[in-house]
Write a protein that binds this ligand. Structure first.
Ligand code: C2E
Ligand code: MG
Ligand code: MG
Length: 287
């Protein structure tokens, strides 16, 4: 939910555009990174880039405070380009340091997918950072309706043709999760954390998750669950056939430096079996 103070200062679309533009110029945006793990091997399967805004007077702002404004004003295209660039630069740096990260996930709003220049932009960015398209995963968020549904479909097909992976974020919660599956081809479903958070308490959640995993398997898609906060949920999800998992049980989103330490430790086998041991994410966490 957007903070009231920020809402009050962003009264019209021109103001929003200007404020966000100034923040971009002043380099006030930054990315945090949240790893996700393969639930069979406990190795890192990828890292998700999550934007933050280091606001000069309001402190660290989270995406729910400003992304909806950016989507409304259209400035999401500029922010999105910055995020893609920054995430790819970081991925390239980590690969050069010898870190093994199969995938970098970037959240992309339906509005960005409606922009006809998105595939070209992504190709240019991948080339600039000498990255293979197969290591980029775009998570379609459900925050807005695409301004051009047909263009979104065309862009997604073009991006998949390049080798870029496409995931549906917050699956099960969006206004059109199933409709999306009917109209666009994707690679992965990301089960919304609302189904995961009460898995142990609510038998209906286990039933729904089992059905979502079955659906994904029938369609040849992989499945990741977000919002895993304890070992019990982790073990249960694995037994239900879920491929990958993400959540505070493993680690919260981390600064780039802290994430690098986390990745190094997992790679060198210094971390305990995350399904049995308490996570030590506090060691890594830094805002
Ligand atoms: P999302 O992509 O579904 O990201 C997951 C959110 O859940 C993140 O919040 C993350 O910090 C939080 N989370 C992770 N693990 C847990 C857990 O175990 N328990 C709980 N309770 N929460 C957990 P964050 O960073 O505030 O992001 C919120 C949303 O903002 C994202 O949801 C995504 O839709 C959007 N977003 C983030 N970065 C970008 C971006 O660069 N572009 C666009 N368009 N949207 C973005
Ligand atoms: Mg996401
Ligand atoms: Mg999500």
């Amino acid at each position: 939910m957007a903070s009231p103070s920020l809402d009050a200062s962003l009264e019209n679309l021109e103001d929003i555009d200007q404020t966000l533009h100034d923040a971009l110029v002043r380099q006030e945006f930054l990315l945090h990174y949240q790893p996700y793990l393969d639930l069979t091997t406990y190795q890192v399967a990828g890292v998700e880039a999550l934007i933050r805004w280091r606001h000069p007077s309001r402190g660290l702002l989270y995406p729910d405070d400003f992304i909806p404004h950016a989507e409304r004003s259209g400035f999401i295209d500029s922010i999105g380009e910055w995020v893609l660039n920054q995430a790819c630069a970081q991925m390239s740096e980590w690969i050069a340091l010898g870190l093994d990260i199969p995938s970098m996930s970037v959240n992309v709003s339906p509005r960005q997918f409606s922009n006809c220049s998105l595939p070209t932009l992504i190709q240019t960015i991948l080339k600039e950072h000498t990255l293979s398209a197969t290591c980029l995963d775009l998570e379609i968020t459900e925050s807005t309706v695409p301004s051009d549904e047909k263009m979104m479909r065309t862009n997604i097909a073009a991006l998949r043709e390049l080798g870029v992976k496409i995931s549906i974020d917050d699956f099960g919660m969006g206004y059109s999760s199933l409709e999306r599956l009917r109209t666009i081809q994707v690679d992965r479903l990301k089960i919304d954390r609302v189904f995961v958070s009460e898995l142990a308490l609510n038998p209906m959640d286990a039933c729904l998750i089992r059905s979502m995993i079955h659906l994904a398997q029938q369609l040849g898609l992989s499945v990741i669950a977000e919002g895993i906060e304890d070992a019990e949920a982790c073990v249960r999800l694995h037994s239900l056939g879920c491929d990958q998992g993400q959540g505070f049980h493993f680690t919260a989103a981390l600064s780039a430096d802290a994430c690098e330490r986390y990745l190094r430790d997992v790679q060198h086998g210094q971390r305990l079996d995350p399904c049995r041991a308490a996570p030590s994410s506090q060691v890594y966490y830094s805002a």
